[in-house]
Design a protein around this ligand. Structure first.
Ligand code: GCU
Length: 433
């Protein structure tokens, strides 16, 4: 036989083996003893090996890290996107049994009047005497889901079908009103002296692979829904993060809001989003990531809970194309998530976990926060102030905050109490506390 044929066979066999390896699932792991040893990239060392020794050098390193996150993880937001002004659709001076002012604002996301637009639902404490600090964050099921307030219109965008909401055709219905209210204790937030602004994330992009075609990313792509994404173009998390900044643009125009003291908050996939929004947009004065897990606050290099392979397989639309190159090679990622938290510095960042939410890797979330500390220290800010993970229901922190509470994956009243206490320390002038 022609010896070249044998070579061809060997090459074909090697190709088959390597593609089999590449396709191999990297299962989740919930056994701490199986977590391999790993080396984290150092946020205070430039890619070329130079150390970061002062605040000025950190600004440069910060730009370098942002660029790494753009090209390898979340993708790049297109340059020069239009930022049309929001329009107040309604104002109710006497909402929530008289304790709130409610505003609904439509913010177009493109310059096409028929293009995607997001509705920002704002509640302000009626008793406020001056501009108040605020929390802004996305909800999962529509603005109407965060409250029983009948004045909030049902979401207009595609919504997830869920047993609990009785939605079967991706269209919001009355039964889903208030279905997410436990994650948004609005009365309590207002009573503590904060405004709250929330947006349905599906207004920016429906959360499924292909949802981008009718969302912001499709609307701004030259070829529209026929667009083929380059490996470093933005994923859905990038688009959602962009929307949060546009919400902040609007809050800056509302005199009732102290826009220099706005915290961005998110749970789970929306916690990943709030971290990325806060990293890019330094106008956010505080960042809260509730149980944000893989691709959020959890260290990717720890093999615990969800894996990079798993998240890219289940949710291929969330991150940029290049992130998939790391499915089977996480140690080659040029960043890890402690650096995403560090991009919040010197601003306050709060990371939280839940004991039963092992999928999100609570220890990995704590360790990422811990490993962001050197950047805070360089900038003269206290970090967590603890050497080891605190027991459950024991919040810790200085400029970085952390807790692990008992219970399951959710944004709860307990979580909010900690964020409000943290915000009192960081977003309110001392005399107002
Ligand atoms: C899935 C996903 C997580 C995500 C979560 C959520 O569980 O694997 O990465 O955080 O959904 O958004 O609730």
């Amino acid at each position: 036989m022609d010896p070249r044929l044998n070579w061809l066979r060997v090459v074909a066999l090697l190709a088959a083996v390597s593609s089999a390896i590449a396709a191999e699932a990297i299962p989740s792991n919930e056994d701490e003893s199986k977590v391999p040893s790993y080396t984290l990239p150092d946020p205070l060392v430039f890619a070329d090996g130079r150390p970061v020794q002062d605040a000025a050098a950190w600004r440069q390193r910060r730009a370098e890290l942002l660029e790494l996150y753009r090209s390898h993880v979340y993708g790049r937001t297109p340059k020069g996107l239009p930022r049309p002004k929001g329009k107040v659709l309604s104002t109710e001076a006497d909402a929530l049994a008289g304790v709130a002012v409610r505003k609904i604002v439509r913010v177009p996301l493109t310059s096409d009047p028929k293009g995607p637009a997001m509705d920002v639902l704002i509640y302000l404490p009626k008793s406020a005497v001056g501009p108040v600090p605020a929390f802004v964050g996305y909800n999962f099921n529509g603005n109407h889901a965060v409250t029983l307030d009948p004045g909030v219109p049902l979401a207009r965008s595609w919504v997830e079908n869920r047993k609990e909401t009785g939605i079967t055709d991706h269209v919001a219905n009355e039964r889903s009103r208030g279905s997410e209210a436990s994650a948004w204790p609005i009365g309590r937030i207002l009573a503590r002296g904060y405004a709250v602004a929330t947006i349905y994330y599906g207004d920016v992009e429906a959360d499924f692979d292909g949802g981008w075609k009718t969302g912001l990313r499709g609307a701004v792509a030259k070829e529209g829904p026929a667009h083929v994404f380059a490996p470093d173009e933005w994923g859905a998390i990038g688009a959602w993060a962009w929307g949060l900044s546009r919400a902040l643009d609007h809050l800056e125009t509302d005199r009732a809001i102290d826009a220099r003291h706005v915290a961005v908050i998110g749970h789970s996939r929306l916690g990943k989003t709030s971290l990325w929004a806060g990293a890019q947009d330094e106008r956010f004065a505080m960042v809260v990531a509730n149980e944000s897990g893989e691709g959020g606050a959890a260290l990717a290099r720890r093999w615990f809970g969800e894996t990079v392979w798993r998240i890219n397989t289940s949710f291929p639309h969330w991150f940029c194309g290049r992130f998939k190159d790391y499915n089977h090679d996480v140690p080659s990622l040029p960043v890890d998530q402690h650096e995403l938290i560090a991009l919040g510095a010197p601003r306050p960042v709060y990371v939280a976990s839940a004991e039963e939410d092992r999928w999100a890797d609570p220890r990995g979330e704590f360790l990422a926060t811990k490993h962001a500390e050197p950047v805070y220290a360089l900038l003269g800010k206290p970090g967590l102030g603890v050497a080891v993970m605190p027991p459950v229901n024991t919040p810790v922190g200085g400029t970085l905050g952390y807790h692990i509470r008992t219970g399951k994956h959710a944004l709860t009243a307990y979580d909010w109490e900690q964020y409000l206490d943290f915000a009192d320390r960081h977003l309110k002038p001392a005399k107002a506390r």
